[in-house]
Design a protein around this ligand. Structure first.
Ligand code: ATP
Ligand code: MG
Length: 307
């Protein structure tokens, strides 16, 4: 209960800090307008709008298969869009030459949902892979930088020469984060960074992301199913359903929404152990069967595992 109270205060403080900052100080780092992405006749994203502001941690939620990873990959330029506009750091990605796009890629780091590390490379070599691709540094400098990143993410130095198969799930996530930080990015894309971690490991990973975000001044776009992450480290949340962002804002916006998926997600049984329900008008529970859009129950609660 006490933990919930202090979490609530922290969240309110974060929200009020967020609200105190004038919008003009925060031009969007990612701006997406009317985005359509599909595979053959099947459209996944249909008219999606999104703004991610400088210095914020945005949690991006939505049922499984709704298109969170597709959106991430489209912003990164790894999937083609059917139509719409995407700007990153104020640059319209359609107007960039390949060289200019490469220059943009150097400014972001990515932790992919799957295939987080190259299995045939050691941790050190994995971290150095983006350096090899984008920079020309001596091996000695790359070794020094890799060891710094390893330290930054809280891995022991001896992890450097281990292969991914020799690491625990939590260590793999940290190594993948070290690789995402390889080029000292300003913007970090994290696709379900805490999935598969035990509750304590996930909480520690959240803490790490939060610390790095503050100390390195990063903007973070984080796809997650994890309610604890949303509650503890995200400044804003955007929710995806039916190919669109259906709501975007602080946690209170999500709690106040009467959209069936959001009601089920943020007011469901699992959410109640994490999210202070008093923070929003009381809305009756929605059975999953009535929610229509519910393709995945929130996988989120670490508290269930603790109980
Ligand atoms: N390369 C691809 N070719 C064809 N269909 C694809 C491709 N990538 C994704 N899809 C389809 O697009 C839809 C959205 O997939 P996506 O991986 O973005 O879901 P998601 O929201 O990230 O789900 P999860 O929470 O399970 O990771 C799914 O129906 C998926 O099958
Ligand atoms: Mg995904």
């Amino acid at each position: 209960m006490q933990e919930n109270d202090s979490q609530e205060n922290e969240s309110r403080e974060r929200e009020s800090q967020q609200n105190d900052k004038p919008e003009i100080d925060k031009p969007p780092i990612i701006r997406v307008r009317d985005l359509y992405v599909g595979f053959g006749p099947k459209m996944v994203l249909e008219g999606l709008d999104l703004d991610v502001k400088a210095g914020e941690v945005m949690g991006f939620v939505g049922g499984s298969g709704q298109g969170k990873s597709v959106l991430t990959r489209t912003i990164l330029g790894l999937l083609p869009k059917t139509s719409g506009e995407i700007e990153v750091f104020g640059e319209d990605i359609d107007k960039l030459s390949p060289e200019e796009h490469r220059a943009l890629e150097r400014r972001w780091g990515v932790l992919f949902q799957s295939g987080a590390l190259f299995s045939a490379l050691t941790v050190k070599q994995n971290i150095q892979a983006p350096m090899r691709e984008y920079l020309s540094l001596s091996q000695e400098t790359m070794d020094e930088l890799a060891m710094l990143k390893i330290k930054l993410v809280g891995l022991a130095p001896d992890a450097a020469d281990k292969f991914p198969s020799e690491l625990s799930g939590g260590m793999i996530k940290r190594a993948a984060l070290a690789r995402a930080l390889s080029l000292d990015p300003e913007l970090l894309f994290l696709d379900e960074p805490t999935s598969g971690l035990d509750p304590i490991g996930a909480a520690e990973f959240d803490e790490l992301i939060s610390t790095l975000q503050k100390t390195l001044g990063l903007t973070v776009f984080m796809v997650t199913h994890d309610l604890d992450s949303l509650y503890s480290i995200c400044d804003t949340i955007a929710a995806l359903a039916d190919g669109k962002v259906i709501a975007s804002g602080p946690l209170s916006t999500m709690l106040a929404s009467d959209h069936p998926w959001l009601r089920s997600y943020f007011h469901g049984k699992r959410a109640r152990t994490i999210v202070p329900q008093g923070a929003a008008p009381k809305i009756p529970d929605v059975p999953a069967s009535d929610a229509g859009l519910l393709t995945a129950a929130p996988a989120g609660s670490r508290h269930g595992a603790r109980a």
